[in-house]
Write a protein that binds this ligand. Structure first.
Ligand code: EPZ
Length: 420
């Protein structure tokens, strides 16, 4: 096991390049099951989750070759239609293979993903959508068994806006017979990018990037090359890190249009920002003003930055409230932040942060990907040394995080430990 040893109190200053989006690549990779052939996915981040997805589709007969940031997928031979529990339990996005498999091959056996560190993660919308397209679904032994002679286009409304369910049902609809109308579809940039890739593959999709998608099924699709969009959550995390240390940062390789609400909220706290075509400069000279945050679906504030924002508001001179409307119990980071000296109360799906408390280094434990990020941010400003355990969580979603932070003035050491 590895841990991070972080020396607090160092000002961040410098330039970083943002990696490809974890959730972007994880949406594009299963699309390779829809059409046999070679795919080159450029700007793919070197992350544990990408390796987990690669191992999963490789277990189905797909060949994956990862050179630098180019992932080459050869999906000419699919020999298995099963996503075993050993893969799916590690990463919920494994469930995205269900739609492509049942749509192209008429069968799939995919383990239910179960919950995650912060609570239940249902897949009812994935299953209802596929059933509406004519898939026969039964659940046995923790697995979803799906069968269909041929999926038939239908109308389906997502009662809750769901990134994963939109991706799964959308991919299935591209090869269904007839027209599918999806309403209240997710419009997160990672899903829009998937729609754009599917259109390049020959899919007929009207309404790309909107909540209403009309998909005319086709008989076959074709392999393509695609470039993963930059990681907007990674970008937001580093902007918050720089702001917390009263530092300055230039982030390159971003799509500013994916981050307007993050820029606006950071500006409300007192940050100076200059936004350019594919980069942003942030400078922060003072402690942040307390600014409340309420997460929502895109283009609102992503739930994936609420833990990092909570860490930031620990420095504010006053009380702020962070509310998560997407995941009501995504607060596993709070007890660990309290160990650093924070004063935070969780009431239902909101964290009430009494800022301005003295933060001192401690040993803290990661519980999930974004909780780990918030602990690292807090350790950057806590007095003295902190240790972050179980950093395999952070390795799922932040490429070379210690190298990137150390390059702009942090002191983060990755150390082997027997502590788990
Ligand atoms: C994606 O998860 C992301 N993961 C998550 O990022 C992100 O937090 C989430 O979207 C919300 O933006 C990937 O893209 C791999 P949802 P997903 O389906 O698709 C409910 C990270 O840190 N729901 O959009 O699983 C669900 O409980 C990860 O990078 C149902 O009720 O999320 C939640 O309240 C964590 N039934 C809401 O919808 C369903 O069938 C949104 O979930 C599906 C979802």
């Amino acid at each position: 096991m590895d841990k991070f040893v972080i020396e607090g109190g160092r000002r961040l200053s410098g330039k970083l390049s943002v990696s490809g989006a974890k959730n972007g690549s994880l949406a594009l990779m299963p699309a390779s099951l829809l059409a046999p052939g070679f795919y080159h996915l450029y700007n793919t981040p070197n992350l544990n989750d990408i390796w987990t997805m690669s191992r999963l589709i490789s277990s189905m007969g797909v060949n994956c070759d990862f050179e630098g940031s180019t992932l080459t997928i050869d999906s000419r031979e699919i020999t298995s239609f099963e996503a075993p529990y050993e893969h799916v339990k590690k990463m919920r996005a494994s469930f995205y293979v269900l739609g492509p498999l049942v749509s192209r091959f008429g069968k799939a056996r995919v383990s239910l993903p179960g919950g995650c560190a912060w609570g239940p993660r249902p897949v009812d919308l994935h299953l209802k959508g596929l059933e509406k397209l004519g898939a026969e679904i039964n659940i046995e032994g923790g697995y979803v068994n799906a069968q269909a002679k041929k999926l038939i286009g239908a109308n389906f409304h997502f009662d809750i806006s769901s990134v994963g369910a939109t991706g799964n049902v959308l991919m299935a609809a591209t090869l269904a017979k007839g027209t599918t109308l999806l309403t209240n579809a997710a419009i997160e940039p990672e899903i829009t990018a998937l729609e754009e890739m599917l259109v390049k593959m020959g899919a007929k999709i009207n309404g790309v990037g909107t909540t209403t998608l009309e998909i005319e099924g086709v008989d076959e699709l074709f392999p393509v090359d695609e470039t993963t969009i930059p990681d907007r959550i990674e970008a937001a995390t580093y902007l918050i890190a720089a702001a917390m240390t009263k530092g300055e940062i230039t982030l390159e390789n971003i799509i500013p249009a994916h981050l307007p609400v993050v820029f606006s909220k950071l500006g409300e706290t007192g940050c100076q920002l200059q936004v350019y075509k594919d980069s942003v400069y942030l400078k922060m000279d003072d402690l942040p003003k307390p600014v409340d945050l309420v997460t929502s679906v895109y283009p609102g504030i992503p739930t994936d930055i609420q833990a990092q924002w909570t860490a930031y508001m620990m420095l504010a001179d006053g009380v702020s409230k962070v509310t998560d409307t997407i995941y009501h119990d995504r607060f596993m980071h709070i007890p660990e932040l309290l160990r650093l000296g924070a004063d935070i109360n969780v009431i239902e799906n909101a964290a009430i942060i009494q800022g301005g408390k003295k933060l001192t280094g401690a040993v803290v434990m990661s519980s999930d990907l974004r909780a780990s990020a918030s602990l690292i941010l807090a350790a950057l400003v806590a007095e003295g040394e902190s240790e972050i355990l179980r950093i395999y969580h952070i390795d799922r979603g932040y490429e070379n995080i210690e190298d990137k932070l150390n390059a702009i003035g942090a002191s983060v050491k990755r150390v082997k430990t027997d502590l788990i």
